[in-house]
Design a protein around this ligand. Structure first.
Ligand SMILES: N[C@H](CCC[C@H](N)C(=O)O)C(=O)O
Length: 279
């Protein structure tokens, strides 16, 4: 089975084109394909381009645990780069339908920055979702790892919980990540989460734990959510550089919380996976 592999600041994805695989592998096969030792290794699989009446291209986004994600910012930049590499798009903008909504992409320079209009962030509990009364989820608390942490929740198609704090670390992200990710009595669809450190009005630093993927080096939807929370709390202006462990993502936020993301996508290569991987 043929895959093209790319990474976006170290958040790596395999692109599986329906031209090479008429159907998407099942969740158990996805887990094996994405496994760092028993498979090709990846933070997920992008299955596309798919036919759709609603946009120029359709895309499915799969996590390494076999669950489907509604949105992936790095995944969309990688998919846009793939479409450019195979000659399906040029430098004009185009639309992609994802489970979490339709986005607009533009590949101005395939080896440079790729732009994605990610959609509008919502803080509404009934949209994210978060259990309890319909409300904006701002400055709520949860007991985790022996401490009470304050968070805001947001969606940009997929769910995110953002913990503002003085200083962030991979260790803390890995300690609280699995607990918060799977706190389904509060986050019924599980959740991605970020630790947020505000550096100044135009720079934030985040550590990321992803739903269905675990610790990752970068995340476009996480960057969108964390930047939107910093803006919502009045800590940042609307033009923010998000410093992820793997590199920087540019986020612009409109007064209505429409998100414009820019960042790179790097080609790793094409791989023919042996059937032995799936046993
Ligand atoms: N790495 C992705 C996030 C994937 C989100 C997925 N883990 C989910 O279940 O929502 C990004 O760049 O946005």
């Amino acid at each position: 089975m043929k895959f093209s592999k790319y990474h976006a600041l170290g958040n790596d994805y395999l692109v599986l084109d329906p031209a090479d695989a008429p159907q998407m592998p099942n969740p158990a096969e996805v887990e094996r394909i994405c496994h760092r030792n028993f498979g090709l290794g990846s933070d997920g699989i992008l299955y596309g381009p798919l036919k759709t009446e609603k946009a120029d291209f359709g895309l499915q986004i799969w996590n390494p645990d076999g669950s489907e994600a509604e949105k992936s910012g790095n995944g969309l930049r990688i998919f846009a780069r793939y479409l450019h590499d195979i000659g399906s798009v040029g430098s004009d903008s185009f639309t992609v339908e994802t489970l979490g909504g339709i986005v607009t992409c533009q590949v101005m320079d395939p080896l440079g920055q790729i732009e994605v209009e990610m959609g509008r962030v919502s803080f509404r509990s009934d949209v994210i979702p978060v259990t309890g009364e319909p409300r904006e989820v701002i400055n709520e608390t949860v007991e985790v790892a022996g401490r009470e942490l304050t968070y805001c929740a947001a969606t940009i198609g997929n769910p995110h919980v953002v913990f503002p704090m003085e200083s962030v670390s991979k260790e803390l992200a890995c300690e609280i990540g699995p607990v918060i990710e799977n706190l389904t009595e509060r986050f019924p669809n599980r959740t991605n989460l970020q630790l947020l450190q505000v550096l100044d009005r135009n720079n934030i630093k985040i550590e990321i734990w992803e739903r269905g993927a675990g610790y990752t080096l970068a995340s476009g939807s996480s960057s969108s959510a964390a930047a939107a929370v910093a803006y919502k709390l009045g800590l940042c202006d609307g033009d923010i550089t998000v410093h992820c462990p793997g590199g920087d993502i540019g986020i612009k936020i409109s007064p209505d919380y429409d998100i414009f993301m820019t960042g790179p996508a790097t080609r790793v290569g094409d791989f023919e996976m042996s059937d032995e991987v799936l046993g």
